[in-house]
Design a protein around this ligand. Structure first.
Ligand SMILES: *Cc1c(COP(=O)(O)O)cnc(C)c1O
Length: 393
């Protein structure tokens, strides 16, 4: 595939290796294993002396096609696809960390990621310090000689705080650590963390990469050394593998990634601007708004503000739940990155398992709502929200 092709072209045409039938659309290889011509070839494949497919826990042509395409889009050397976003984060951690190592992570990351680092990995002797995603001094202070990994999401969920990827990459490297960015909210269509100095990119392909809420998937991307030398052996041995079927669905999702993300963002910006003018709204959180405290940084790192808008209403949980319950179209679900708009009350769902104090410290108030802005007509999204608002229809 030519390196000169632009993003939109790579999204459609990279990773294609046609079979002898010359199919136009990518083939789906639903097979658990592959046969060898003879005993010598089997031995050579297993000894990694001959390239080729062996067994779908670690090699499958449809999964490889997805890995190649995602690597092209992130401009990464290599990619390993995994069964889910959490499997990708686990694979990254297991490939990099040993007992006694230390991690600095943003405290505004996906809830299961907090549980993974703060709970499960802690049982295996990996300590994690959680800090503010925007306070670079806090990352510096938290770093120790044992710090191996910095981990963050930007924009953060649900408050859309922006981390300065270049500044944190520089600090991580000075401390002898690697920076991993969970690029789930932006996808490579809007932000390429490796270009700002990050070492590892993580994806939950379940969200925008599929884009239509159909399958789970994930990916880890980075240098060939890290991916082939560390993540691949972990995948081969431990098996958090993406199915060929899911890989095929996500491959098809990637074909329209840029136009979908641009459309999500256009709707999100229109919705955020409208929300700012409605009565009973305390604050709107959207990086594409000039009122966002890190608007300039966001616009340096991202192509646009993305598809997630959060806002807080006066009157706390009661007002927030009234808006949720008055909707007739928006999907009441914790998922995001779907073509259909979703509405979530973080304090009682995605962030319900953390203590009220920790929630308050993280700025997740009872009046906060998060919209995963979909591709419906924005006027219809606005009317659906207006129904439960102060003075609503
Ligand atoms: C959903 C999500 C994950 C986890 O992905 P799954 O595919 O559900 O395992 C990780 N990070 C972020 C930012 C997410 O939104």
């Amino acid at each position: 595939m030519s390196d000169d092709y632009r993003f939109e072209t790579l999204a459609l045409r990279s990773g294609i290796h046609r079979s002898q039938f010359n199919e136009h659309s990518e083939a789906m290889y639903l097979t658990s294993s592959f046969v060898f011509d003879n005993a010598a070839q089997a031995a050579a494949r297993f000894a990694e002396k001959e390239a080729g497919f062996i067994y779908s826990r670690f090699t499958n042509p449809t999964v490889s096609a997805l890995q190649e395409r995602l690597a092209a889009l992130e401009d990464a050397d290599a990619c390993i696809a995994t069964a889910s976003g959490m499997a990708a984060i686990l694979a990254c951690a297991m490939s990099l960390l040993s007992s006694g190592d230390h991690v600095v992570a943003s405290h505004s990351i996906f809830g299961s990621t907090v549980q993974l680092f703060g709970g499960i990995l802690k049982r295996f002797g990996v300590e994690t310090t959680f800090v503010s995603p925007t306070d670079i001094d806090a990352w510096q202070r938290a770093s120790t000689p044992r710090t191996k990994l910095y981990f963050l999401e930007t924009p953060s969920n649900p408050l859309t705080e922006i981390s300065d990827i270049a500044a944190l990459a520089e600090l991580a490297h000075r401390k002898g650590a690697l920076l991993a960015v969970d690029n789930c909210f932006c996808t490579p269509a809007l932000q390429r963390p490796l270009a700002f100095g990050a070492d590892i990119v993580i994806h939950s392909a379940t969200k925008y990469l599929d884009g239509q809420g159909r399958v789970l998937g994930g990916a880890v991307l980075g240098s060939r050394d890290f991916i082939q030398g560390s993540v691949y052996p972990f995948l081969r041995t431990a098996g958090p593998t993406l199915s060929a079927f899911n890989a095929w669905v996500i491959l098809k999702g990637l074909e329209t990634l840029r136009i979908r993300l641009d459309a999500h963002a256009a709707n999100a910006l229109a919705l955020a601007r409208w929300l700012e003018k409605q009565p009973g709204i305390e604050r709107v959180y959207y990086p594409g708004l000039a009122s966002h405290p890190q608007h300039a940084l966001a616009m340096r790192q991202q192509r646009n503000g993305g598809g997630i808008v959060s806002f807080s209403v006066t009157g706390g949980r009661e007002s927030a739940w009234r808006i949720v319950d008055a909707t007739r179209m928006l999907s009441i679900t914790a998922n995001l990155g779907d073509a259909k708009s979703t509405i979530t009350h973080p304090a009682s769902t995605t962030h319900g398992r953390i203590s009220p104090e920790a929630r308050a410290a993280a700025g997740i108030g009872e009046g906060l709502l998060r919209i995963g802005v979909g591709l419906e007509a924005v006027e219809d999204i606005q009317s659906d929200l207006a129904r439960g608002m102060q003075g609503g229809r």
